[in-house]
Write a new protein. Structure first.
Length: 647
């Protein structure tokens, strides 16, 4: 969503506007050169808008109606707090007020404005004011809401005379179905008009649209994401994912071959001749034999429906139209992992699989990412995979542990310093990690350990896109995507006053939780894979794990998570002295505590429940644990206590 897609209604001579209002276009022949303006003005007239502009106190929504309208866009306030804050700062620097309106054009949020703020209130660019076309005629908010596209309206392009001094830049925020959910607008006087304001508004609206899309996918659940990935990557036939309003966002190898290597991002209408409306109709009311695509292909369409019941996307499978004269099938792509950037993450656990699919979806955007996990759970591995799957993959990946740098040095490490900035500084100065990560990803690990003063400096960089080296007055441009991580409870830190709330919301563009190892169902497959990797590094043949070793690994709580498991396997390899099998005795794991077992009925009840669950799933410990609502390690402990054998 950018300037190239925008409807631009430039300022026009007073005579053109007057000739239209007086129904005397023939007298002013130049009016016909402004056909785009005339079409919108005619619509405004048909809707009943006043050519003078709405009276000052008219068209104001108050009370419960305004509260209800604000609630409809509340998610944008929550999810898009950082995008809105940045846009506010950018447009306020040019004396523009930033407005968020609902789909009807009623303003529900107002911020910034600079020197224009007082004038904005006078012309009712305030919360509760209705700027829909039926009330105000042609204007950026109302016209963007009506046409669902970015809109620029300058000066006398406005239908109402009262607004002829205004310059307005607006863009719709689209919901996952492609409908207008809200409108973001920046308005000031025409003397302040500048394309930079339009760029800021259009970028922010695009970010808010992306946030709504990602939130819808997240709400739909990880199961949908797994189905989506498998449906595309495992299909022999050409298959693609189409999202509203008809953009192809993903294709498998067969589809790329069929479409002569066309990249994702194009419109379905242009590439396969079917628009969104046609594909959506096919998904819910299939045509016998599939929808024709050209002379020899047909499309079968499956909807991916979100929590609201509306389709988030459509999976389109292309097959030969006639079985008697089949089209040669594209070469089958080699079998491999679903996504190379995430291939290093060994995963047979559904919770972790959901996290990977969410990370893969978020990676393609420019959103900041917050990784929440216990220490040793693999936060940096996820951060590297997100970078590798992002548009910035060709750029650098720079990791910094905020807790490992002295607070007094952290600012100079991140931002660099000017020549002679402080005693002992390099006389030539030094660039910082933001500079080193330019064009790529900066990974801030243990971000909760950052001191408050540094948090404020980081917030300024994230919102303005600029920073200054220590001891320097010249601003530097920041071009990094920030991925941060912590094992701390940030909400608790906010309440304790050790972490800034505004920085939390700025960094929490897309939060991703990585499960602790004790909560995963694939501890044994992970241990086997890691054992093979560690043995290979030592030039040893990979030993197997004995049954007792696997039981010990499954029963351990792993407070140090994957990092502790790797260390344990390294020690076991040394202790085994090249033996073909690792036994429990080789593992440096303390035996679990054996509390006094319960007596009587409770112990029998536990034993019966365990036996029933294990019998139901034929000894599958993971499935039995899910049935009982407990972790695998807990099931092993209960089994030992109750004397239940696990084979």
């Amino acid at each position: 969503m950018g300037m190239a897609d925008a409807l631009v209604l430039d300022d026009v001579p007073e005579g053109v506007w007057r000739a239209f209002q007086e129904d005397d276009l023939r007298r002013h022949t130049a009016a016909w050169a402004h056909d785009a303006h005339l079409a919108r003005w005619r619509r405004s007239r048909a809707l009943g808008a006043s050519s003078d502009g709405a009276p000052v106190d008219d068209a104001l929504v108050r009370g419960e109606d305004l509260k209800l309208r604000a609630e409809h866009v509340e998610m944008l306030d929550v999810l898009g707090a950082s995008a809105l804050a940045r846009a506010t700062a950018q447009v306020s620097a040019h004396d523009f007020v930033l407005l968020l309106a609902d789909a009807d054009g009623v303003v529900v949020r107002s911020a910034g404005g600079g020197d224009f703020r007082t004038e904005a209130e006078r012309v009712r660019l305030i919360e509760g004011a209705s700027w829909g076309e039926p009330v105000r005629g042609t204007n950026a908010i109302g016209t963007a809401a009506s046409e669902g596209r970015p809109t620029i309206v300058l000066g006398r392009a406005h239908y109402g005379r009262s607004y002829h001094r205004l310059a307005c830049y607006a863009a719709p925020v689209l919901d996952p179905s492609g409908r207008v959910a809200a409108v973001l607008d920046a308005t000031s006087t025409i003397e302040h008009a500048t394309p930079q304001v339009g760029d800021a508004v259009f970028a922010a609206a695009g970010a808010l649209t992306e946030l709504l899309r990602l939130e819808a996918y997240a709400s739909a659940g990880g199961a949908m994401l797994r189905v989506l990935s498998r449906a595309l990557d495992r299909s022999d036939a050409p298959a693609m994912l189409v999202e509203p309003p008809g953009r192809i966002t993903r294709m498998n190898a067969s589809a790329r071959t069929l479409l002569s290597g066309a990249p994702a991002g194009g419109q379905a209408r242009a590439l396969i001749g079917l628009d969104w409306a046609t594909l959506e109709a096919e998904a819910f009311a299939p045509t016998a034999g599939g929808r024709p695509v050209g002379p020899d292909l047909r499309a079968h369409v499956e909807p991916l429906v979100g929590a609201s019941g509306a389709p988030l996307a459509l999976i389109v499978h292309l097959e030969p139209r006639s079985r008697s004269t089949p089209r040669p099938a594209p070469p089958r792509p080699p079998q491999r992992r679903a996504s190379v950037p995430f291939a290093e993450i060994v995963c047979e656990d559904p919770t972790l699989t959901d996290a990977i699919e969410w990370a893969r979806l978020v990676a393609a955007s420019e959103l900041p990412v917050m990784l929440l996990a216990e220490t040793g759970a693999g936060k940096e591995l996820f951060a590297k995979a997100i970078h590798a799957a992002s548009p910035r993959a060709a750029g650098p990946f720079v990791a910094v542990n905020c807790g490992a740098i002295a607070p007094s040095l952290l600012e100079s490490e991140l931002f660099g310093y000017a020549p002679g900035a402080f005693t002992g500084a390099d006389k030539r100065g030094r660039p910082g990690l933001f500079h080193a990560a330019s064009g790529g990803t900066l990974f801030l690990d243990e971000v909760a350990e950052m001191p408050l003063a540094m948090q404020a400096a980081l917030l300024r960089v994230l919102e303005s896109g600029r920073y200054q080296r220590v001891g320097d007055t010249r601003p530097e441009e920041s071009d990094v995507r920030v991925v941060c991580a912590t094992c701390r409870d940030l909400e608790g830190a906010i309440e304790a006053g050790t972490f800034r709330r505004d920085l939390y919301y700025r960094l929490k563009g897309a939060a991703l939780r990585i499960p602790a190892l004790r909560d995963r169902e694939d501890v044994i497959p992970l241990a086997r894979a890691l054992l093979a990797q560690r043995a290979a590094r030592l030039g040893l043949p990979a030993p197997t794990l004995s049954i007792d070793a696997e039981r010990a690994i499954a029963a351990h709580d792993w407070p140090g998570n994957v990092r502790e498991l790797i260390s344990t396997l390294d020690v076991a390899l040394v202790a085994a002295r090249g033996a073909p099998e690792l036994d429990a005795s080789h593992l440096p794991i303390d035996p679990p505590e054996r509390p006094e077992p319960p007596r009587g009925g409770l112990l029998r009840a536990e034993a019966e429940a365990l036996r029933a669950a294990l019998a139901k799933y034929r000894g599958n410990v993971s499935a039995a644990a899910r049935e009982l609502g407990i972790a695998r390690s807990t099931l092993y402990r209960l089994a030992r206590r109750a004397g239940v054998s696990i084979r």
